[in-house]
Ligand binder design. Structure first.
Ligand SMILES: Nc1ncnc2c1ncn2[C@@H]1O[C@H](COP(=O)(O)OP(=O)(O)OP(=O)(O)O)[C@@H](O)[C@H]1O
Length: 354
């Protein structure tokens, strides 16, 4: 089921700026989208608007091309899992899952046997087949999350909206449950929108990442495109550790302010003027030591090993620049004439120089 958000505007009395400011988003059928952005960017507000839980002043939300008018119109089509997934503590897992079906109007409610069969099917799908009679207090965080998902899926929705559903889980469970979720999404042919604070999670599970800031969408792109071509310096920094080098472009070359940075060529059409080069620590290199005398050599000081990378720090002027090298690239020279930052992205007034 496709989701189309068109020019959504949500305002609340007393707020200086709209909570959603002309937000448009198209999620084709079967796509997995991650919604990311700093706290207060409007991610939950957007998700709730799509679900029809909050009013909006202007704009539309359509499912499969049909404009949705209220929460009733969306009933059964959208499954929603909130951050603080509250299972009903006095109900068994099976009854929690059946809840979405039990509350349907009598005319559309399936017969009891059919509900029981659906619950058994969902328990299997969630890989918790024996937990139907258990009570929520007995379950681990990961198991509770699966029950919450099963409950959201009970009516067979085409769209799944997930608001930070793994927030409370420890990192190992979180990692395994997100791969499982992606698999579930594919198998059920769902259209999923996931709000997450974990950039790594977003990059790993989503087909597309939507970055929000101040109630607006600042970039909507594939993980690869976002990584290669962040639209703004904010997106670059938001998606992972980045180091900035202010400087200027002149005659198709970028010159950083610091002389320990090797000047590098930029697309010829880039106009001369100030610019900032931003680069990830694992993209920084060292220019081999030349025999002639030049600026004092730079030296990488080891800072340990993390996540398959050897971490170093290089003193550049008054600051220490982080510098990572993949562990398999052992034997790398740790002293050089300058830092090679030619893989940096360039920004001018905060926007990418294309
Ligand atoms: N009903 C409301 N009335 C007034 N302000 C609201 C209301 N709901 C949300 N806000 C404000 O709107 C902004 C966006 O909130 P929202 O919860 O959507 O952000 P978010 O991106 O999901 O943040 P987080 O990552 O912290 O969950 C915040 O500044 C919040 O305080």
């Amino acid at each position: 089921m496709s989701v189309e958000v068109n020019a959504l505007l949500r305002t609340v009395p007393g707020a200086q700026a709209p909570l959603l400011d002309n937000v448009s988003l198209h999620v084709p059928d079967g796509m997995f989208v991650a919604l990311v952005g700093p706290s207060g960017a409007g991610k939950t507000t957007l998700l709730r608007a799509i679900a029809g839980l909050d009013p909006y002043r202007a704009g539309t939300v359509s499912l499969d091309g049909h404009v949705m008018t209220g929460v009733q119109a969306r009933a059964g089509k959208i499954g929603f899992v909130f951050q603080n997934y509250a299972l009903f503590p006095h109900m068994s897992v099976a009854r929690n899952i059946a809840f979405g079906l039990d509350v349907l109007p009598a005319a559309t409610r399936p017969p009891r046997a059919q509900v029981a069969a659906r619950v058994a099917e969902l328990l299997d799908l969630m890989q918790i087949p024996t937990l139907g009679q258990a009570y929520p207090s007995r379950l681990s965080g990961g198991q509770r999350q699966r029950v919450a998902l099963a409950r959201a899926l009970a009516t067979g929705p085409g769209v799944l909206l997930l608001d930070e559903p793994f927030g409370a889980l420890d990192p190992i469970v979180r990692r395994s449950i997100r791969t499982w979720l992606r698999d579930l999404h594919d198998r059920l042919g769902l259209t999923t929108i996931l709000v997450t604070h974990d950039q790594e999670e977003a990059l790993e599970v989503a087909d597309r990442i939507v970055v929000m800031q101040n109630g607006r969408i600042v970039q909507d792109a594939s993980p690869q495109e976002l990584d290669c071509n962040p639209a703004t310096d904010f997106v670059m920094e938001f998606l992972g550790e980045a180091v900035s080098f202010p400087g200027h472009v002149q005659g198709g070359m970028m010159y950083a302010q610091d002389e320990a940075i090797q000047p590098f060529s930029v697309p010829a059409h880039l106009a001369d003027g100030p610019a900032t080069a931003m680069i990830r620590p694992y993209e920084i290199g060292l220019v081999p030591q030349a025999t002639d005398s030049g600026p004092a050599p730079v030296r990488a000081v080891p800072r340990g090993v993390r996540g398959g990378y050897r971490h170093y720090a290089v003193q550049v002027g008054a600051r220490s620049v982080p510098f990572f090298v993949a562990q398999e690239r052992d034997g790398l020279a740790l002293e050089g004439r300058a830092l090679d930052i030619s893989r940096a992205r360039l920004f001018r007034d905060g926007r990418a120089c294309l």
